[in-house]
Design a protein around this ligand. Structure first.
Ligand SMILES: *Cc1c(COP(=O)(O)O)cnc(C)c1O
Length: 395
């Protein structure tokens, strides 16, 4: 019996080391990693620039408290703000903590504005915002909420991307609207740009805050630094994590100066959040993402990958029904159970991860090469053929 709490359904495989888009077992078997630690390994494994940043900083100082100045934190905050809509950043160790900060920032904004009763957020069906008590309530999925005591108050979920439904959900206690521009866990569901624009307009009309959860879809994943940029609108508050640390546990809550007006000294904090080691890695990740041409590479390689995937779907209609997603946050809609596709791909030495809506997610490193994309397409072809042979046998 494992001494680890059995909260995960783990695949029967372990890895000893990684290099670029590949992971290696102790036996030296190579696997193409298109799960990416779930959109975390933004620059692949064992990236020399990230190793250098981490080890250089490790020899200086790992951790000091946020009661002191942390120059790396000032620098990363400044750079993230210059590259986005934001004026302020708060650093965390995970996505859920970045979301907690976003929720608290929204509530505090109205409280200091004289409306403490405005604490509720409108959220969307299929959302995933994390596993803390508040973020499971925000996500609204019964299987994550049940058995954990009273659901945290303050989240009103609408079932469709329907602007009239959102309007109908607004009340005197509404503080804002919380949305993932691309739902990751929910099944790689891209929010139409027009809908995000309509939400922005609605927030402006009603004095509400627009909060984007870009924990999965941000940091260049969709081919823009942040996914909301595709719609040509900006949120007031945004949670980021996953790719921002390239594998080092790091998250951030970004906000405009106005939206962050209530978050003054003493209102929020974190022991580890933004420590020197995390900031060294975060700055090094950003060095690469901000290189001119990096995001264009994501868009170009995505186009190539999507063409190959569309051909795969056409060639295997009994296995796949379609393709969705943006940039390198892509999803194959499956006909057979997505768990079977993930397992068959793993047999072909390609690592993928499932999502809602019976989708499998493809989340390669953003610096992936055309050769590795071709190798992934070949593995998927093999997996599809194996699955067809399976269903022919059982028919
Ligand atoms: C992963 C994820 C989270 C939670 O992040 P953790 O680091 O696991 O706490 C929240 N929102 C979205 C959209 C995510 O993909």
């Amino acid at each position: 019996m494992s001494a680890v709490l059995p909260t995960y359904a783990r695949a029967p495989i372990a890895f000893e080391r990684g290099e670029g888009a590949r992971l290696f077992t102790a036996d030296g078997e190579a696997y193409l990693d298109f799960a990416g630690g779930i959109a975390v390994s933004l620059l692949g494994h064992a990236h020399p620039g990230l190793i250098k940043a981490l080890t250089d900083q490790a020899a200086k100082v790992w951790h000091v408290s946020n009661v002191f100045q942390i120059p790396g934190q000032e620098r990363l905050a400044q750079r993230l703000c210059e590259a986005s809509f934001a004026d302020r950043a708060f650093f965390t160790n995970s996505g859920a903590e970045a979301m907690e900060c976003a929720i608290k920032t929204a509530r505090k904004y109205h409280a200091v504005g004289g409306h403490p009763e405005r604490y509720r957020l409108i959220t969307f069906e299929g959302a995933f915002h994390g596993r803390t008590l508040a973020t499971i309530a925000a996500g609204g999925q019964a299987k994550y909420i049940e058995g954990f005591g009273p659901k945290v108050e303050g989240f009103d979920q609408v079932t469709a991307l329907d602007i009239d439904a959102v309007k109908a959900a607004i009340g005197p206690e509404t503080a804002g609207i919380l949305i993932e521009p691309v739902q990751g866990e929910g099944g790689v569901r891209v929010v139409p740009d027009a809908f995000l624009r309509a939400l922005r307009e609605l927030c402006d009309d009603e004095g509400l805050l627009l909060i984007c959860d870009e924990i999965q879809c941000g940091m260049g994943r969709t081919g823009k630094l942040f996914a909301h940029e595709w719609a040509g609108v900006t949120p007031d508050i945004m949670a980021v994590a996953k790719g921002i640390g390239g594998g080092f546990p790091l998250g951030a809550c970004l906000a405009t100066e106005e939206a962050a007006r209530g978050m003054t000294a003493g209102t929020h904090g974190s022991t580890y959040g933004g420590n020197p080691l995390a900031m060294a890695v975060g700055n090094a990740v950003l060095d690469h993402v901000l290189v001119p041409g990096f995001l264009e590479h994501v868009q170009e390689i995505s186009l190539r990958f999507k063409q190959g995937l569309a051909a795969l779907v056409d060639g295997h209609p009994d296995i796949f029904r379609g393709l969705r997603g943006r940039g390198l946050l892509l999803g194959l809609e499956c006909v057979v159970p997505n768990t079977e596709v993930v397992a068959a791909a793993r047999n072909a030495h390609l690592l993928l991860v499932g999502a809602g809506d019976n989708v499998v997610r493809l989340l390669p490193p953003l610096n992936i090469t055309a050769e590795d994309v071709s190798a992934a397409l070949e593995a998927l072809e093999q997996a599809a053929i194996a699955l067809e042979a399976n269903s022919a046998r059982s028919a």
